[in-house]
Design a protein around this ligand. Structure first.
Ligand code: CU
Length: 184
């Protein structure tokens, strides 16, 4: 009369381990392409192909991730340009990070992460999964601390969001304030 409870627990464990591995595989792929965010799209597509036996599990897999913890007082800041500045394109953006170290994606290291620049992004991405890579969420997975941005004339918002070695934001999220700049 014993219920095979342990077996179902085992299955659940194996399933979640497999999903986690799938996600870290993806992180490694994106790491290599980190300097060229556009190239990350195929990697993302690969990821879903990978998982096509289990598509419905995509979301639970994301929310099952344990976020790396950020130490108290950790802060990201856009050092330059200043909030409200009028600049010309290309815009040099300098990233600042306090209380943590910048380290490249793909390598696990405590209290560290790499920068992501959120450009004209209205809604924060899901913090419980690896950040997407697109024109508005730019990864600096090599551990870069500045960039040159081509921006159209007009006003733009910029914000930094730190991600861990898997491109997952920390808990609590290390984000800068949003700055608004005008490009001439
Ligand atoms: Cu990233």
């Amino acid at each position: 009369m014993r219920i095979p409870f342990q077996r179902s627990l085992l299955v659940a464990l194996i399933t979640s381990t497999t999903l986690l591995q799938a996600c870290s595989d993806n992180s490694e792929e994106t790491t290599k392409e980190a300097a060229a965010p556009a190239a990350e799209a195929p990697a993302t597509a690969d990821h879903s192909n990978h998982m096509n036996t289990d598509d419905s599990a995509d979301k639970p897999a994301g929310s099952g991730i344990t976020r790396s913890s950020a130490p108290e007082g950790a802060a990201a800041e856009i050092v330059s340009p200043a909030n409200g500045a009028t600049v010309s394109s290309p815009v040099k953006v300098v990233f600042g990070l306090e209380g943590m170290d910048v380290s490249p994606a793909g390598k696990e290291k405590e209290n560290s992460g790499h920068h992501h620049l959120l450009i004209d992004l209205d809604k924060m991405p899901d913090m419980n999964m690896p950040l997407p890579a697109n024109d508005q969420v730019v990864h600096f997975g090599k551990g870069q601390t500045e960039t040159e941005l081509e921006l159209e004339p007009g006003t733009h918002t910029l914000q930094l969001l730190l991600g861990d070695y898997r491109h997952v934001p920390h808990e609590p999220a290390v984000v800068s304030e949003t700055i608004t700049i005008t490009v001439e």
